[in-house]
Design a protein around this ligand. Structure first.
Ligand SMILES: Nc1ncnc2c1ncn2[C@@H]1O[C@H](COP(=O)(O)OP(=O)(O)O)[C@@H](O)[C@H]1O
Ligand SMILES: C=C(OP(=O)(O)O)C(=O)O
Ligand SMILES: [Ca+2]
Ligand SMILES: [Mn+2]
Length: 668
């Protein structure tokens, strides 16, 4: 080659080098003629697989795990490997079939990415005492591995949901939109509790009780069905978490489920363990088997539909078949707490709870849709929790680690904190969104009216962590009265508080469906009859005792209709209800001027700051006074009929309060 390098053949013009393009040198270092793009440092990987493995770093607890000390003073720390094997053995035991001798072979990790399970992190449990004489000792499920996706993070669960669960999408605000399938609400008529000698005596059975009985054998049949279903899958999700922020009364729960949606929901709703707490988790106090995609067998005794939610208190287990509605798990555990906590003298409450800057705590009782979540989420106060609490001698504690807000017609302006909580990590159930922008349309009821958002409580900026507080000062009973005759706010004496607590009234309208013109009254004892386990008067007696002891004030707040029943009146503005609640919190309403209403005998204030005075007495808001009186009497009659079930029960030691409570209802 003559003179120039190999790139010299082509140039613009024949002038000096400065007129043409700079020559590309290929010969700086090696001189082997190979072109290197060395503008950045090269990756430290030889293959694509190696490169991908560099992306992910092992996560581990940030502080060393405490080594328990043996009596001799020697630390008998077990290795991390052993701890993982113990964890897997515990999961294998959870998933064990009771009719075959073994638990499944479980291995940690996603089957899609797992290599051969050649590591020792495989566990298999052999029963020491089988409950039944096994007829077949081996089955196909004993030959395969069940992959366990253990306490995955929200990011990992998003990936699982989006890859494998139809109907899972990321919305424009980062939330995970999912579908709960055919069931978009709870199925209270399919909730069963095992009746054995102990529970027969302890629990509330019969008329009005949410506890529909089943026997132990049927429970085991359904348990086996759920466990066999779960073991037939390539992978199951396992969440090990806590309930109750009161450290002395914390309950360890394990949730075994088939869907990433369920695992993320419970990750958000239960208390999340730290990595250290998880290492020390041990055996759970209660286990849920959620095989919701799989129906129960209607030929099984007691089954009346293909859905069954079964609780066995002796075995400390719950089985879910035939419903994927995630609220079933949260509220099922709440039922269990309604049994466990009163046994310890602690009152379980279906209520929201928040605290002012000065430490004044308020409880918000109410049935679904009455405003517990909306009103406890208050930008000027600390949120302790939106739905499930415990009241002990020490004060209040939230049972959960997250909130479950209704999001139908959610607006940024009226409920900014809930709006902003709908971001990455939040589960959005059954909402409708724009297929391109993924913007959610909160007004759309195409899937259901019961659209929901489940988010960790720390997504609310003024959440009180840990979620505990001192003794309550105000007990607010919420009723969404679609008849439009209850006052927006009434001050209650103790007997009235008990009367309304035991009644647990609300009246909602089924929405905008044709034909549903009349509001339907619902009475749900303790504002949560679907979740209580003992007789309502047991909880009422505890509430009376605690309110009395701590000098708490009772209030009845109507978050429903004004100016007429549903159809002619309208729902009380949320802004007005918030002003009423503010006046309760500040203490100003306690010292206001009051007058007594007819029929219900409720004390109503004549003025509340920020609320038009004329709406405080509902009679003023009705154009047709006769219609008002007629509706008022109709509602009073419904109250009276409902309360008849309770007239034979005593509350507390002396019967004085019982008589006062009976007298605290409507008089007409
Ligand atoms: N005056 C009002 N007070 C409380 N909530 C209201 C009022 N008017 C409308 N709402 C709406 O009613 C619903 C109350 O639901 P939510 O707080 O989730 O109930 P709960 O937690 O008791 O089930 C929310 O969608 C809220 O926006
Ligand atoms: C999750 C529920 O709670 P709430 O509607 O009271 O918020 C429910 O009742 O299913
Ligand atoms: Ca609730
Ligand atoms: Mn709620």
């Amino acid at each position: 080659m003559a003179g120039n390098g190999s790139n010299s053949e082509f140039s613009f013009g024949n002038g000096p080098a400065s007129y043409g393009l700079t020559k590309i040198s290929t010969n700086k270092k090696g001189g082997n003629g190979i072109c290197h793009d060395d503008s950045a440092t090269p990756v430290k990987a030889q293959t694509i697989d190696e490169l991908h493995s560099l992306q992910r770093k092992r996560s581990a607890p940030t502080t060393p795990i405490k080594a328990p000390t043996s009596p001799g003073g020697f630390a008998n720390a077990i290795s991390e490997e052993e701890r993982h094997i113990q964890q897997l053995q515990s999961i294998s035991a959870s998933l064990a079939s009771l009719t075959r001798e073994t638990g499944p072979k479980v291995v940690r990790g996603d089957p899609a990415t797992a290599r051969k399970p050649d590591t020792p992190k495989v566990a298999h449990v052999v029963h020491t005492q089988p409950h039944f004489t096994p007829t077949i000792a081996v089955s196909d499920s004993a030959l395969k591995f069940t992959h366990v996706l253990y306490n995955l993070s929200p990011a990992e669960l998003y990936e699982q949901a989006i890859k494998y669960e139809k109907g899972s999408f990321i919305t424009s605000s980062g939330a995970l939109a999912t579908l709960s399938g055919a069931k978009t609400g709870r199925s209270p008529r399919d909730k069963r509790v095992v009746k054995d000698d102990a529970t027969e005596a302890e629990l509330w059975w019969g008329k009005g009780s949410p506890n529909i009985e089943m026997d132990e054998h049927t429970f085991l049949t359904n348990r086996e069905r759920a466990v066999d279903y779960l073991n037939s899958l390539d992978k199951v999700f396992v969440n090990d978490q806590f309930l109750n922020w009161d450290p002395e009364n914390r309950i360890k729960v394990r949730i075994v489920s088939a869907r990433a949606y369920h695992s993320l929901f419970m990750h958000n709703m239960c208390i999340r363990p730290t990595p250290e707490e998880l290492e020390d988790f041990g055996t759970p106090d209660f286990t849920i088997y959620n095989a919701g995609q799989f129906p129960c067998n209607r030929y099984t005794h007691y089954m009346t539909s293909s859905t069954s939610i079964d609780i066995n208190l002796a075995r400390r287990e719950m089985v879910i078949l035939g419903t994927q509605y995630a609220g079933e798990m949260k509220k099922g555990l709440f039922g269990v707490m309604h049994y466990l906590m009163p046994m310890r003298g602690i009152l379980s409450l279906h209520s929201g709870c928040n605290m002012g800057k000065d430490g004044d705590v308020a409880l918000f009782f109410g049935l679904s849709g009455t405003g517990k979540t909306t009103l406890s989420t208050d930008h000027n106060r600390y949120l302790i929790g939106d739905d499930e609490h415990c009241w002990s001698d020490k004060g209040v504690s939230n049972i959960e680690g997250g909130c479950y807000a209704k999001c139908i017609d959610l607006s940024r302006e009226k409920e900014p904190d809930i709006w902003n909580a709908i971001k990455f990590g939040t589960v959005l159930e059954n909402v409708v969104f724009d297929e391109h922008t993924r913007d959610v349309d909160y007004t759309d009821k195409s899937v259901t009216e019961n659209t929901r958002a489940a988010y960790p409580i720390e997504y609310i900026p003024n959440a009180k962590i840990p979620c505990v507080g001192p003794q309550p000062k105000n007990v607010i009973l919420l009723a969404c009265d679609a008849f439009g005759v209850l006052p927006p706010v009434s001050k209650l004496n103790l007997a009235q508080t008990m009367y309304h607590f035991i009644s647990g009234y609300t009246a909602l309208v089924a929405g905008t469906e044709d034909g549903v013109k009349e509001p339907r009254a619902t009475f749900s004892a303790c504002f949560g009859a679907a979740f209580i386990m003992l007789h309502p008067t047991k909880y009422a007696a505890m509430l009376a005792e605690k309110m009395q002891k701590n000098g708490a004030s009772g209030w009845l707040v109507n978050t429903g209709w004004s100016g007429g029943s549903y159809g002619s009146g309208s729902r009380i503005k949320l802004a007005y209800t918030r002003k009423i609640i503010d006046a309760i919190h500040s203490g100003s309403l306690l010292n206001a001027e009051y007058k007594k209403t007819e029929v219900f005998g409720l004390e109503i204030p004549t003025a509340v700051e920020g609320v038009p005075s004329e709406i405080l007495d509902p009679v003023n808001t009705w154009a047709d006074k006769n219609a008002y009186k007629e509706t008022l009497l109709k509602l009073a009659d419904l109250f009276k009929n409902n309360f008849e079930t309770f007239t034979n029960y005593k509350i507390g030691k002396d019967s004085r309060l019982t008589e006062e409570i009976l007298a605290a209802g409507p008089n007409f």
